[in-house]
Design a protein around this ligand. Structure first.
Ligand code: KIV
Ligand code: ZN
Length: 511
């Protein structure tokens, strides 16, 4: 049986999604989870695009083991140099991914180059990259709209130059499954040296067909699929990793000759992490990872599932790490019970972190009768995964109502010194944010504000995620509390602390 290589590009194409900015630390956290998930290749970034991207790729390459780390490069030497310099220390191996557009429209209007020159540049750049590493991937960008004869020539030339993977991007999500499958098959049948390279599928979701197209490619001989967690990516996104993997796992009758080595039980955790860190909420009806993906609402369905699960469930929820919202701990649970439960959830903490989490757990248990797994995850994210805390929230007091001007008093600690400031605002959240800005002297523009209940019930934790901009920097902040104004203040301070600790952001060299 063939192995389907899972090439995850959440940190490159995924991060190109408008509004999805991740800092180095967040990228490293995602990369670690991708390794736990078992992806084969992590495309960690586009190193030449900014110093921040270069550093993040380098950090991932040096810290993460268990996957090949890949850097993207245009077909120019300085891009290839940067891709190599940032990935060379990867213990699982490094890959350089060179791309160059080959469709008429891209060659004529974007690159202003003729076919001959494109062919020469493609082969030359692969030869150049080959001096650094054996593992070279080449992408003829906009392949699905490229004239077929020319595409065959390019693919043959780059393989002759040393490419070990040829990726066939459906860059604008224009292809249709039969058509894209036939394209992969025709490459297999018409490129004489194709047996020396792996064919890869890279599909975008502009017409909602990215996963269907990727699967059609696999059926027709592709042995690498490029995808992202939750399907995030440019415009309408990329093919979603969880959907490709679960199709292959669930429909063994159709995909009898391929398998992946993904640990599917880690899927939900990866999805939740990417959603949290990018601020992109997963739609409740999203296949595999949506909150409703395994919920049965209608009585007939519930009855069926009770009698026999498979009546309405084609995937065992636990197989994708979906554990539901079972009661996990209560007010009287001790530290060991908390530690054990966190371990079962795959969360490993240091002794000190467990003590911190336990304190937060007790505080929450005083306010909330039932503590669910999601609450514990929120506590850990809130308490442990925070940036260096320059400003710490001591307290928030606010007043608001139909006939009063909303007002908030914020108490922050900075290097041991406590400052208290009050402000009014358009609402209690606005008043809090104004007071925090007065103390920290960091002015921001609020780009996005979302609030979600972590679990159901009136006493549920409210989880706020926000996106703010200050100068050229963008930061995402999160905070949770049973009091949504406090959660909002925590999220804002979380973002402010990130803004104060990140040196600079990417210059955004887009593809
Ligand atoms: O969609 C695309 O064409 C890409 C390439 C850089 C592979 O992302
Ligand atoms: Zn892409």
């Amino acid at each position: 049986m063939d192995k389907l290589i899972i090439f995850d590009t959440t940190l490159r194409d995924g991060e190109q999604a408008p509004g999805a900015t991740l800092n180095e630390r967040e990228k490293l956290e995602i990369a670690r989870q991708l390794v736990t998930l078992g992806v084969d290749v992590i495309e960690a970034g586009f190193p030449i695009s900014s110093r921040g991207d270069f550093n993040a790729v380098k950090l991932i390459a040096s810290e993460v083991k268990g996957a090949v780390v890949c850097g993207l490069a245009r077909a120019v030497s300085r891009d290839i140099d940067a891709a190599y310099q940032s990935t060379k220390m990867a213990r699982g191996g490094c890959r350089i991914h060179v791309f160059l557009a080959t469709s008429k429209i891209h060659m004529q209007y974007k690159l202003k180059k003729a076919e001959d020159e494109i062919l020469r540049l493609a082969a030359e750049s692969v030869r150049y990259a080959k001096k650094y590493t054996k593992d070279i991937e080449f992408s003829p960008e906009d392949a699905s709209r490229t004239e077929l004869g020319f595409l065959f020539k390019v693919v043959e030339a780059v393989i002759a130059a040393g490419a070990t993977t040829v990726n066939i991007p459906d860059t604008v999500g224009y292809a249709f499954p039969e058509e894209y499958g036939a394209l992969i098959r025709s490459i297999k049948e018409n490129v004489p040296n194709i047996d020396q390279a792996v064919i890869s599928a890279h599909c975008h979701n502009d017409l909602g067909l990215a996963v269907a197209n990727s699967l059609a490619a696999v059926k027709n001989g592709a042995r690498q699929a490029e995808c992202t967690i939750n399907g995030i990516g440019e415009r309408a996104g990329n093919a979603s990793l969880e959907e490709i993997v679960m199709n292959i796992k669930t429909r063994r009758d159709i995909f009898a000759d391929v398998r992946t080595t993904i640990n599917t039980r880690e899927i939900h955790k990866a999805s939740r992490l990417v959603s949290k860190l990018t601020g992109f909420v997963v739609a409740p009806n999203k296949a595999i990872v949506g909150l409703n993906a395994f919920r049965h609402e209608s009585g007939i369905h519930q009855d069926g599932v009770i009698k026999k699960r498979q009546t309405y469930e084609i995937i065992v929820p636990e197989d994708v790490g979906f554990t539901g919202t079972g009661l996990v701990l209560g007010k009287h649970s001790g530290k060991h019970a908390l530690e054990k439960r966190l371990q079962e959830m795959g969360i490993k903490l240091t002794e000190n972190e467990i003590s911190q989490a336990f304190e937060k757990f007790k505080e929450l248990a005083d306010k909330k009768k039932t503590i669910y797994e999601e609450d514990l995850a929120a506590i850990v994210e809130d308490q442990i995964n925070k940036p260096t805390e320059i400003w710490q929230l001591e307290s928030v007091v606010y007043s608001s109502g139909t006939d009063v001007t909303p007002q908030a008093t914020i108490k922050l600690r900075f290097k041991g010194k406590v400052s208290v400031v009050s402000s009014t605002g358009d609402g209690p959240v606005d008043a809090c944010y104004k007071a925090i800005e007065k103390i920290t002297k960091i002015c921001t523009k609020l780009l996005d504000y979302r609030i979600e209940a972590v679990t159901s019930g009136k006493d549920a934790l409210g989880e706020v995620s926000i996106k703010v901009e200050s100068g050229k920097k963008v930061a995402i902040g999160r905070g949770s509390s049973t009091d949504i104004i406090e959660a909002s203040a925590k999220a804002f301070l979380n973002a402010i602390n990130k803004l104060a600790t990140t040196k600079k952001d990417s210059h955004g060299l887009r593809l």
